[in-house]
Design a protein around this ligand. Structure first.
Ligand SMILES: NC(=O)c1ccc[n+]([C@@H]2O[C@H](COP(=O)([O-])OP(=O)(O)OC[C@H]3O[C@@H](n4cnc5c(N)ncnc54)[C@H](OP(=O)(O)O)[C@@H]3O)[C@@H](O)[C@H]2O)c1
Length: 347
């Protein structure tokens, strides 16, 4: 085993400098290092697929957030799925498939049991590696707990979700349909809007790039919005605020329209609608629900199995070298479904 590992080279992407606005090639540095035997208690994981997330842009900024920024010179943080290829930990064996923070690199030495070194074994009978980064991974858990705990859907209510064709949005809308809501998506472009209506069964979808969100909400939410699941912030949040129903709930999940701003972030203008409608706006961070992920995964797996739910992943080939340009697809709306970077074939 030792001689085989020593022949491997680990290609990595490190943060070279902090971006201003959209990240560019000069913000990243490609490097290699030899692959070493795992230390005592650790495992060595070969990365199969990496999750590319809007939150990554926030991790590049200096300053306080819900998680520390990636340091200059560090391997870029990323969730991923991989296969254990060597283990000095009794809980993991070579061949196990795991998910965790593997980083943008081909091999990860995971020090299991220390902060940041958490690895979960996953079952490929439940879903593919890419689905474990989507509906059974961080976006799916965000959708589930954001909707169920903060949104608290009731049958007959109207839910609006922005970023509707994306990773979080697709699961929010489908789950809300299963819970009996009328579901209206907001997405960029006719192809995405058609897909969420025809394939996922949303009641309507507003193309914010091709028409007026205000007019769309007026047409499709005649009784107002009971739940607005916000993935994008900015003007779209303001249009949703203007259409709230009494006792509405707004789930502040993300604000992707603001992540590359060089000017200060745009806050909501129409917030007095919260007062008028006795409404509530609440932020959520998915990691707070980690103890309940198994319950959510079991429920979502049931819906995928019985055909009530679908998942769409946008898998990009190209390995870690393709990371910088692939990440930026998220901010141009060029991903269609959960954006996944394939790093290696599972052989
Ligand atoms: N709070 C949490 O714990 C948590 C966890 C996971 C994700 N999130 C947040 O959830 C949101 C969705 O994440 P995701 O992983 O599901 O990404 P995603 O929706 O799969 O991809 C991002 C999508 O955002 C849309 N977008 C990009 N720029 C936009 C703009 N200026 N205005 C409106 N829409 C824009 C694009 O879709 P269109 O083509 O439709 O424009 C793009 O495809 C993000 O804000 C993310 O930060 C939060």
């Amino acid at each position: 085993m030792g001689s085989t590992l020593s022949q491997l080279v680990n290609h990595q992407v490190r943060l070279a400098s902090r971006p201003v606005g959209m990240a560019t090639a000069e913000n990243w540095r490609f490097g290699t290092e030899p692959v070493a035997e795992p230390a005592d208690g650790a495992v060595l994981v070969k990365t199969l697929v990496l999750s590319l997330d809007p939150a990554m842009r926030g991790w590049l900024n200096e300053g306080k957030s819900y998680i520390p920024p990636v340091g200059i010179g560090e391997v870029m943080r990323a969730g991923g799925v991989g296969r254990v290829i060597a283990s000095k930990n009794p809980d993991f064996a070579p061949g196990d498939v795991v998910s965790g923070l593997l980083g943008v690199q081909e091999y990860c030495q995971a020090a299991v049991g220390v902060p940041g070194g958490r690895l979960e074994k996953i079952d490929l009978k439940v879903g593919t590696p890419a689905q474990w980064l989507n509906v059974f991974g961080m976006p799916g858990m965000t959708a589930y707990f954001g909707l169920m705990d903060i949104g608290q859907p009731k049958a007959g209510e109207t839910l609006v979700v922005s970023g509707a064709a994306g990773a979080v949005g697709q699961t929010v809308g489908q789950l809300a349909k299963i819970k009996g809501c009328r579901v209206v998506g907001i997405a960029g472009g006719a192809a995405k809007c058609d897909w969420v209506v025809k394939e996922l069964g949303f009641d309507a979808c507003i193309d914010y790039k091709g028409g007026s969100v205000r007019e769309g909400l007026k047409a499709h939410c005649p009784k107002g919005i009971d739940i607005y699941f916000d993935n994008v912030g900015g003007d779209i949040l303001d249009h949703a605020l203007a259409k709230l129903a009494p006792k509405a709930r707004i789930v502040i999940c993300g604000a992707i329209s603001q992540y590359n701003n060089t000017a200060p972030m745009q806050g909501p203008k129409n917030y007095m609608s919260l007062l008028v409608n006795r409404a509530r706006m609440e932020g959520m961070v998915v990691f707070d629900y980690a103890a309940r992920f198994p319950q959510a995964i079991a429920e979502l797996a049931g819906y995928l199995k019985d055909g009530r739910m679908k998942s769409k992943e946008d898998i990009v080939d190209g390995g870690v070298a393709a990371f910088p340009q692939t990440l930026n697809k998220l901010f141009a709306g060029e991903n269609f479904g959960k954006l996944v970077l394939r790093v290696a074939a599972d052989d």
